[in-house]
Design a protein around this ligand. Structure first.
Ligand SMILES: *[C@@H]1O[C@H](CO)[C@@H](O)[C@H](O)[C@H]1NC(C)=O
Ligand SMILES: *[C@@H]1O[C@H](CO)[C@@H](O)[C@H](O)[C@H]1NC(C)=O
Length: 161
């Protein structure tokens, strides 16, 4: 089900070739242990990050996008972002919990159907009060029944501005 090469990727590669840089490459993320996400994650893009660890500068908004294909109908999607500090999940409030509002592709919008393919995108605000640490960041999208539709982990290094 994984779409590893779609129009967006093709456009991205084309833009890299002609402009050398401006367009991001997908980053390889990891599965969440113990989770069985229902949706298929085609690609994750994190600004200035093509491999772990992603560097998050304090006071910056980091653009993050995911290409997602659903394998069942969902009415709504809720975003949950955690930093795993010494293995303990700490909620990171830098993201809008109503993920339906952050679907950036034109169509479809919530409620969504099985087979729908869309792009979700947010700006993650890296607050200056966050500790300067390297930690796993866990990103989840839950549906209205609290089932895990998307879950992935990437290592991030929070650095001073
Ligand atoms: C980050 O985004 C917030 C709200 O979207 C905005 O107020 C702020 O100016 C942005 N900061 C930077 C450094 O772009
Ligand atoms: C990404 O890199 C560019 C160029 O080095 C820089 O101007 C920009 O602030 C970086 N963005 C983030 C979120 O760190």
């Amino acid at each position: 089900m994984l779409k590893s090469f779609n129009f967006e990727t093709a456009l991205c590669l084309f833009l890299i070739i002609i402009s050398s840089g401006e367009c991001g490459m997908p980053v390889k993320v990891r599965n969440c242990p113990g989770e069985n996400p229902k949706a298929s994650l085609a690609a994750v893009y994190i600004e200035n990050c093509s491999q772990e660890p992603c560097v998050f500068r304090k006071g910056q908004n980091v653009t993050m996008e995911m290409d997602i294909e659903l394998n069942e109908d969902v009415k709504s999607l809720k975003a949950r972002l955690y930093a795993l500090v010494l293995g303990v999940p700490v909620l990171w409030d830098g993201v809008n919990p109503d993920a339906c509002q952050d679907i950036i592709s034109d169509e479809p919008k919530c409620p969504l159907n099985s087979g729908d393919y869309f792009t979700y995108g947010v700006n993650l605000y890296v607050s200056p009060v966050y500790p300067t640490i390297t930690a796993d960041v866990k990103y989840m999208l839950l549906d209205e029944k609290q089932r895990t539709q998307i879950c992935w982990i990437v290592k991030a290094s929070v650095k001073p501005a």
